[in-house]
Structures are given as structure tokens and as C-alpha cells.
Design a protein around this ligand. Sequence first.
Ligand code: S3P
Length: 450
Amino acid sequence: MSAHGAPIPMTSHPAGPLRGEARVPGDKSISHRSLILGALCVGETRITGLLEGEDVLDTAKAMRAFGAEVTQHGPGTWSVHGVGVGGFAEPADVIDCGNSGTGVRLIMGAMATSPIAATFTGDASLRSRPMGRVTDPMRLFGAMSYGRAGGRLPLTLVGAADPVPVDYALPMPSAQVKSAVLLAGLNAPGQTVVREAEATRDHTERMLAGFGAEVSVTVEDGQRVIRLAGRPELRPQTITVPRDPSSAAFPVCAALITEGSDVLVPGIGLNPTRAGLYATLREMGADLTYENPREEGGEPVADLRARFSPNMRGIEVPAERAASMIDEYPILSVVAAFAEGATVMRGVGELRVKESDRIDAMARGLEANGVRIEEDRETLIVHGMGPKGVPGGGTAAARLDHRIAMSFLCLGMGARHAVGVDDASPIATSFPIFEDLMTGLGASLERARG
Ligand code: S3P
């Protein structure tokens, strides 16, 4: 069950062809950042195309608690009257970030260099996730944190009254940690530096520059080095949020595995730090084309066209591609089940600390549906069924994880027998229109009657 509702068991029956246009919601990463950066500048930031999923709505609520005025004007159209860098007020109550790791980690960064305290919590999934990866660098700025064992939520962060800038090498490839350090660096005097061994999604760097901060990115000794000058005066922006490539992955992949399908997914952000799945699918032999490539709001965008692809082959996904498709391994492992031969996903240990342990969740759910799996701490191997097809007929546990729930519902569309998911409610965190959109394309999704 999500933080916001009762469990919703759902069954996905084998579908006829999926056809039509799939207008997926706004990008989750950019939506969170739009609200947080809007709250960190004086004046009005206007946002269109904001994702109105539970995760982002929780961030909107949090920004209000820190003193910003956040208003919805119409579907996807919002404004933020911010308080300026260093202007956050102390929240009067606990900040509940629901299911959202991005929300809580970025907000912790944004407040860690202000002389205020805040206590953060979330749902059972978020309370099980490691926060030490953020609180450790926050201590270097001078903040203090008091949480449960292993840095778990609930935790209280006491912001640094007299912050110092930080030079931080990321111990793991994480855009959330990178962003937390950069957001904290905004209110530290002097220059904050973040070094990453692998490029992770770069929306924070791009958007900080767009808001008028002095940010530079260089490559030094194979590392990506981001330098940010502290205490900038951020200028409010008008932001059009592109549609989310991570949400687009579901109608795209469902079309690839469902006989007779032909689906167009328009206006998808294809920032190279996010587009690894689409390169992988093409290498597997998917009939996937980019139509009408263009640039919107500084991000590369295209319309994706996916057609049923019965001749896909398993491949070895290069480990160095992992960061650019980290949220897409669950749905990739569904596609892999339909390909001929093994798809080998190495260097994916970070999947174990997402909304659920995604290696274990996919392995157990695929096995329950007749697919053979091998796994270790850092690796997932799916033995594809090829022309034999995927049996289906099993039920998967969603484990409070939206992407696990959506992946297994897509599996059911292409499998020989229906696939059940014990709880589809977490889908509302990132893709609240999933059920309607997929049904509109021809999927057959059934909610259990209570
Ligand atoms: C995100 C970063 C990724 C990703 C998450 C969104 C972001 O997490 O999994 O869905 O918006 O910065 P990590 O930074 O933990 O890899």
C-alpha cells in the first residue's frame, strides 16, 4: 500500500494489439527540481507539464513547509514564489516525503546549509532506504543528523549555521547524492565541488545554470567534475517539463512484446544521461524509432515509435551504461524474458537500494511467471523464452515499488496467461494515469473487486 491509500490488487490479461498515442506525464526528476529550485529563488517560477504524481506532490507540500508559496493553476501548471538561497524557514512539523527518495534527498541537501532543523520521514519503503549517503556529505558542510541505525528515516537534520564548502567524490553513482551536495553548496560561501566516476543524470547542473548559478562541468582524469560558486542570486524561470523517458519505457516495452502493437509516445526527453534503455532495446533488435527529433527547453526530445518485435535477442548490457538506465532495469528484464537467449545485466547493485530491492523483486516475480533467472549481488541474468513465449499465470509482489508494479502489468500484456500484481497503488507515485493510458492503447487491466 502506498503512503496515501489502500492496496489495489490488479491483473493484466493478455492483450490484443496495443495501438495509438501514449502521452506520458512530465519527468519526475525535473519536476522535483523545478519545485525545489523555484523555492530557492525570490520571485515567481512558472512550471508547465509538472508531474502530478504523489512523489512530486509531497515535494510541493514540503516546499510550502519551508516557506515557499506553491500554487496549482491548472493541470500540470504551477507557480512557485520562492524564498531565496538561504531563506528556508524552519518547518513547523515533520516533513513526510512518502515514497520519494529523490524528494527527501534533494530537500535534505537544500536545507542542510541553513540554520534550521527539520525531521524527515516517509512510507515503509522510504524508511528502509539508506540516507547515510546524503547525511555523510552534509556533515562535511557542518550539518548534523540524528536518525535510526544505518541513517534510516525518520531522521532530523540540523542545518549548518556557518557552512563551509565541500569537495566531494561520490562513493556511488547517484544523481540524488550529487544533487543534494550541489543544493547544499548553494548556501555555502566559496566553491563546492562534486566528482563523479560515472556520469549520472545531469538535470541539477543544467537547471542550476538555467536559474543563473555559476556552474562548470569538466572531465579530469576520467572523472566528471562539477564546480558551483556558492551564494548565487538565483533568478526565477519559466519551465516546460518534458515527458518522462522512464515512464515512456512502459508503453514502449509493452508494445515491443505484445503481438500486432504499434504505439507512438510523443515528446520524450532523451537527455543522454537518461536514454540508455532505448539504446539497449535497439541493440536487442527492437523495432523502435525516434521520430521528429528536436530540442525543447534545453533538452533533446523526440517522438518514440515502438512496434511489436518478435525477433529480439538477449545481449550483455554494458555496465558503464547502468547509470543512464538505472530505473529501467525492471522493465528491461520483462522485455528480456521475451527475447531469444540471455540478457546479462552487470554492475546493477544500486538496484538493491531503490524503492525495493529490484533485483530480488524482478527475479522472484519473473520466476513465478515461468522465466529462468540468475542473480548475484551486482548482477541479474534473464534467460529469455524467445519464440516459445512467456507463460505468465503468476502473481508478483510490488513491494511498494511503482516500477515493479508497472513492469509486471506489462509482462501480462505479452504473456500467454494473465499476470497479477498484489498492489498497484504505488504506481500513483510517478505515473498516475498508467491504468487509463494503457487501457486506452488496448491493455486489459482488471482491479480485484473488494
Ligand atoms: C533520480 C536519481 C536516481 C533514480 C531516481 C531519480 C534523480 O536515483 O533512481 O528515480 O532524480 O536524481 P539515485 O541517485 O539514487 O541513483
